[in-house]
Design a protein around this ligand. Sequence first.
Ligand SMILES: [Zn+2]
Length: 155
Amino acid sequence: MQRALDFAREGDATPGASPIGCVIVFEGKIVAEGHNEVGLRHDPTAHAEIVTIRRACEKLGRDDLRGATLYSTLQPCGMCTMASVWTSIGRVVYGAGRDHVHRMYFEDRHLDTMDFMRDAYRDDMALVGGVLKAECAALYYGPDDEPPREEQANT
Ligand SMILES: [Zn+2]
């Protein structure tokens, strides 16, 4: 998670990128790292998790990540959770949860990462939240902050 935080900070310092970092570990080694590149690529699907899943699959030369662990500084959104399900990732670990940050970081009102995972056919995925929660949450607007409207993707 510390490495994911490093990537989140790199994303924060990169014009067009955002401070969400992700690392994928497979067989005890980091196989891919990334941060949100939505503005950089003009690609609304270029969330940190998607970017990192693509890199990990390309590096490993496989289209599933069974047995791998995905670390993200922020609780994965629905799209990234489903991407994790589709790649058969073994474990998802996140830092700040949706209750610790502003609602602008999520596109749905009620569905949670756990809802997507609970409803998946797979029942062998693990989810762990709140790892380095304070450090991760410090990267984002808090629940009661009032971010500038132009920064809010879900409005
Ligand atoms: Zn996402």
